[in-house]
Design a protein around this ligand. Structure first.
Ligand SMILES: *Cc1c(COP(=O)(O)O)cnc(C)c1O
Length: 332
């Protein structure tokens, strides 16, 4: 696959490790399990957004931008990684975060946003306020002051950002070839969909036979799946590859969301504890904890054969462990 012509800046520490979770496999009596450590992409506590930002900020620099504008939840990992990446390139960052400014100390990702020097703007968590409109208004404000803005929509889930995970699939295929292992499934948390889009497109375009499973942490699959199909086909066009993604390529489980986005379930807390205690790996309470809870349940109900291998993508988010420590005290 050729997309080396697209602008890219080096931000991530690649390749990230791909390790076996042998103790977890044994405890679950399940298939061989592996983990891709994209929590270790190496920039300000890392995470999956760094791979997207390599292409997004590559495009921003090519357009001569000096100010990056993006949005997210109060504890957005994407906002934190974007600010860190922009700093490394000498660009300013304006963050639009949904929710009320906290009355007490800023914690976790929000603390890191402020340490990194982002210009943080809070907007009420009101469905009538369209975040894309707010981003647009701020881009006019930047232009009015003589700046050159580059807007990244929530999660960086646009074709340019999704390319980061097409490239990640090629990195994974190279690693498993070198280790002499096979992978039948890739399992990842999915929310704004760019990560799953890139994974699906990479898996299909390389004829790899790897099936991609997304565990939704926010949207119902009826909403997310068509979005991923559209994004995947736009991304394919952008890279210049001749594949057509359809709904049958998009496998999403939305039954592990629980009461809502960023509201941890008991299964999520248990999955975080299990990974910490069996493998010494820290997951996060918003994305990877729920995705791992989904993977554990899929193993339990026999979704994978014993001779199959599953690769879990650790997409990061660990700073959110410190956003509300109380969730871990309640259940012992
Ligand atoms: C953003 C994020 C995701 C979801 O990725 P999308 O491309 O938005 O679907 C998963 N895990 C973590 C830790 C994230 O920050």
């Amino acid at each position: 696959m050729q997309f080396s012509g697209l602008p890219r800046v080096r931000l991530a520490d690649l390749p990230t490790p791909l390790d076996e979770l042998s103790r977890l496999s044994k405890v679950l009596k399940g298939p061989r399990l592996f983990i891709k450590r994209d929590d270790n992409t190496g920039l300000a506590f890392g995470g999956n957004k760094v791979r997207k930002l390599e292409y997004l900020l590559g495009e921003a620099l090519e357009q001569g931008a000096d100010t990056i504008i993006t949005a997210g939840a109060l504890q957005s990992n994407h906002a934190r990684q974007t600010t860190a990446a922009a700093n490394k390139l000498g660009l300013k960052t304006i963050l639009v975060l949904r929710g009320a400014p906290p009355s007490s100390n800023w914690k976790a990702n929000l603390l890191l946003d402020s340490l990194l020097g982002a210009d943080v703007r809070f907007v009420p968590d009101d469905p009538h306020i369209k975040i894309d409109d707010v981003l647009y208004d701020i881009s006019l404000e930047v232009e009015g002051k003589g700046g050159i803005p580059y807007v990244i929509p929530v999660g960086g889930s646009v074709p340019t950002g999704s390319i980061g995970y097409v490239a990640a699939v090629m990195e994974i295929l190279e690693q498993i070839y070198q280790k002499g292992i096979g992978i039948d499934y890739i399992v990842s948390a999915t929310s704004s969909g760019g990560t799953q889009t890139g994974l699906i497109l990479g898996a299909v375009a390389t004829n790899s036979n790897v099936r991609v499973i997304g565990i939704s942490v926010s949207r119902p699959k009826e909403v997310l799946a068509p979005r991923i199909v559209r994004l995947a086909n736009e991304t394919a066009q952008k890279i210049g590859i001749d594949v057509k993604i359809t709904l049958s390529d998009v496998r999403i489980y939305d039954e592990y969301i629980g009461p809502g986005y960023a509201v941890p379930t008991r299964e999520c807390i248990n999955a975080i504890r299990l990974l910490a205690r069996e493998e010494g790996i820290l997951l996060d309470p918003v994305y990877t904890g729920k995705a791992m809870a989904g993977l554990i349940d899929l193993v339990r109900v026999g979704a994978f054969r014993e001779d199959e291998s599953v690769l879990f993508i650790h997409t990061g988010g660990t700073p959110a462990l410190f956003a509300d420590e109380g969730i871990f005290q309640a259940s012992g």
